[in-house]
Design a protein around this ligand. Structure first.
Ligand code: SF4
Ligand code: SF4
Length: 285
């Protein structure tokens, strides 16, 4: 079984607890207007339009398929800007054994692995196979296994993954259904249900909420967030993120950045509403 992988981050301290290897899978079932990694949304269709954009000849078409030579790439990202369908020519296919080898190479320095995206659960069968292989491996069984998700996975999918998963970070993009639809192109019903399911299973490590000025920093949205966090119960770790322009494309580039004061004010309101564990960004750009 192979996964479409957008990127591997060998060390991360912000994708779950401790020091983690992060596997970013390619492909997402949301199309968020404010996505910071829009090139992870779609799978490449081998059209070749990005090949001339590469100044280092790292891209070519071979037998009608895009070919990428990482040795020639200087990570300028010009090919990503040339792609009209939010895909990337720099993805690679990895097997479960490929990922196990990466984990073994850094085993002594790692707390665990996080599968992110794109949307990790769009390749749930691979995630399940990888986590099962880790759990069965004497050297790797001690690494924690986390998923970063938009929550658009049904209960049957979670029931397969959760026995092998130590924790999940789950994003709620908006509470008002129309706002969520506008921001992501999808309904929020499955994401809200997933948050409840994960919390009930004791696997919701962190609920994440992206504050976007004029969309999700409004009075009703913060009220709805407080009510939902209270419903999920005590001990919830609630992370507020602030919309910034890094990586975004299209109309979202004209949206204002979320100011620090707005996030701090929302955090204060949530704490006053009884949500104890509210986390805000530690770095502001
Ligand atoms: S990454 Fe985009 S532009 Fe490049 S070959 Fe794939 S679909 Fe075409
Ligand atoms: S990121 Fe790499 S492959 Fe893409 S255009 Fe730049 S050098 Fe070429």
């Amino acid at each position: 079984m192979l996964a479409h992988v957008s990127k591997v981050l060998h060390w991360s301290a912000v994708d779950g607890p401790g020091n983690r290897l992060v596997l970013f899978l390619q492909g997402c079932n949301f199309a968020c207007a404010g996505c910071h990694n829009p090139h992870t949304i779609r799978l490449c269709n081998d059209c070749g339009d990005c090949v001339p954009a590469c100044p280092h000849a790292a891209l070519s078409l071979v037998g009608g398929r895009i070919a990428f030579d990482p040795a020639l790439c200087d990570e300028c990202d010009l090919c990503l800007r040339a792609c009209l369908i939010s895909a990337s020519p720099m993805t690679r296919q990895m097997s479960v054994d490929d990922v196990l080898d990466l984990l073994r190479a850094s085993r002594g320095f790692l707390t665990g692995i996080t599968i992110s995206g794109g949307e990790a659960t769009m390749q749930a069968k691979f995630v399940e196979a990888l986590f099962a292989a880790m759990a069965a491996d004497a050297d790797l069984a001690g690494l924690s296994r986390f998923i970063d998700s938009n929550g658009h996975l049904g209960p049957r999918g979670w029931q397969r993954l959760l026995p092998l998963t130590d924790g999940a970070m789950l994003d709620i993009k908006a509470f008002d259904p129309a706002t969520h639809q506008r921001l992501t192109g999808m309904s929020n019903a499955k994401s809200l249900a997933s948050a409840r399911l994960l919390q009930e299973a004791g696997k919701l490590y962190e609920l994440r909420y992206l504050m976007v000025p004029g969309f999700t920093d409004t009075e009703p949205e913060i009220e709805a967030l407080a009510a939902f966090a209270r419903e999920l119960g005590p001990g919830l770790r609630l992370k507020l993120n602030a919309f910034q322009h890094h990586g975004v494309q299209g109309a979202a580039r004209d949206w204002p950045k979320m100011p620090r004061q707005g996030v701090e004010a929302a955090a204060a309101r949530l704490r006053a509403a009884g949500i104890d564990n509210v986390v805000i960004p530690s770095v502001w750009i």
